[in-house]
Write a protein that binds this ligand. Structure first.
Ligand SMILES: Nc1ncnc2c1ncn2[C@@H]1O[C@H](COP(=O)(O)OP(=O)(O)OP(=O)(O)O)[C@@H](O)[C@H]1O
Length: 401
């Protein structure tokens, strides 16, 4: 790819100020505020229907906000129609003209703006070069692969020299392998050009791979905004922890020096803001060993271990989870003789009581808890194996809600 000097960051930004969007009685965006510095790759991430496309369309000028403003480089662009904004959008469908060649597709918008012929030539040549499309310039869209079509759509948007490029799920039509390639190209292109890119996606891997910052959206609100590692390593809520990869969510009670879960006490690095709530730990942060760790060690039993090539996924049952499973089993067995039922019920509930490490716990709503671990593929673990699991304090994230 051609090397183009990245312009110095101006520090000026796209500013979304208190944007509300209502469709009749339905509130699609409930007061969203955001600052995106120039030259940033910013991603709106969230599940279907959370409002990310609506926000993108408001930035593009394709939708009018019910309340709030969109300010670009210090100028309020809220009243400007789409074609007068220094913003271009690449859509999911690419929307190429099937009867026009690659060259003509890229030139189309420029020509319709009655741009000088020499300038059209210069810009199309630049677009073909930056997206490595020179060899395909005379082909029709149906003679291109999905990835090549996607690059034509990008070139067509870039030749308009927008200040902000909006990307609405531009990779969703590509297969997984090609998508990963295009992600790398897109990131490299954005860094070369130093343009502001705003991407909409529901794919968390994609968001992590390309973005400087991610805004995780939930039902018309921003749940959390941060760099990929901030949102992954330090999710603030259960929703954020679960949306960005797998997480063990452990419910418990605040103690003066930590936290008490159904299976025992854990040291934390931060005092929880609640009396009863959740901490999270990523499966790859749990350590397994034969020897008791110095801190935050749990005696566990392997419920299931699945070999996945590059890693191994292990489900562990904690002592409390096991005791309560046994209790449930013994209570639900109708075939048992009533005398033996009484004995077993008494034994199981004794075990359960024993495993409750505090009296506060007995009255709380703490659920038994399995721990999911992602670890090296070897040595392989076996179902039934007894082990120690360490939940390091620095990997336990106290969730606010
Ligand atoms: N023109 C419209 N009229 C009524 N409701 C709409 C309109 N456009 C969007 N909505 C609703 O607003 C909500 C947000 O839609 P939006 O398209 O922004 O979601 P999204 O997060 O981009 O989802 P997806 O990933 O499925 O595209 C949805 O519940 C949708 O049904």
């Amino acid at each position: 790819m051609t090397t183009v000097a990245r312009p110095p960051a101006t520090g000026e930004s796209l500013s979304i100020q208190n944007v509300v969007k209502k469709f009749g009685d339905f509130t699609a965006l409930g007061g969203v505020s955001l600052e995106v510095p120039s030259g940033e790759f910013f991603t709106l991430l969230g599940p279907s229907g959370c409002g990310k496309t609506t926000l993108l369309r408001i930035i593009a000028g394709l939708e009018v906000p019910t309340e709030g403003r969109v300010v670009l480089l210090g100028k309020d662009i809220t009243p400007l129609p789409a074609n007068q904004r220094p913003v271009n959008t690449v859509f999911q469908s690419y929307a190429l003209f099937p009867h026009l060649s690659v060259w003509e597709n890229i030139a189309f918008g420029l020509k319709s703006r009655r741009m000088d012929k020499a300038e059209v030539e210069r810009r199309v040549k630049y677009g073909l070069e930056i997206l490595q499309l020179e060899r395909f310039k005379d082909r029709l869209p149906h003679q291109l692969s999905g990835g090549q079509r996607q690059r034509v759509a990008l070139a067509r948007a870039l030749v308009n020299e927008p200040q902000v490029l909006l990307l609405d799920e531009p990779m969703s039509a590509l297969d997984a392998k090609l998508r990963a390639e295009v992600q790398v190209q897109l990131r490299r292109l954005q860094q070369q050009l130093g343009l502001t890119f705003i991407l909409v996606t529901h794919d968390q891997d994609e968001a992590m791979a390309v973005s400087d910052r991610i805004a995780l959206m939930r039902m018309g609100h921003l749940e959390q905004v941060g760099t990929p590692d901030e949102v992954y390593e330090r999710p603030r809520t259960r929703y954020a922890a679960e949306f960005l990869g797998a997480a063990n969510l452990i419910k418990g009670l605040r103690l003066p020096m930590g936290f008490e879960a159904s299976f025992g006490k854990l040291a934390l690095n931060r005092t929880p803001p609640w009396d009863e709530g959740y901490v999270a730990i990523r499966p790859e942060r749990v350590r397994l060993s034969e020897v008791e760790p110095r801190q935050n060690g749990l005696r566990v039993r392997v419920r299931e271990a699945v070999y996945r090539g590059a890693y191994q996924e292990v489900w562990l049952e904690t002592r409390r989870a096991r005791a309560s499973d046994e209790l449930r089993e013994s209570l639900s067995s109708s075939a048992m003789a009533s005398s033996s039922l009484e004995t077993r019920r008494a034994r199981a509930s004794d075990e359960l009581r024993e495993s409750l490490s505090s009296s506060a716990m007995a009255s709380s709503s703490l659920e038994p808890c399995d721990i999911r671990v992602r670890t090296a593929p070897h040595p392989t673990f076996q179902a039934g194996q007894e082990l120690w699991a360490e939940l390091p304090a620095d990997a336990l994230v106290v969730l606010d809600e």
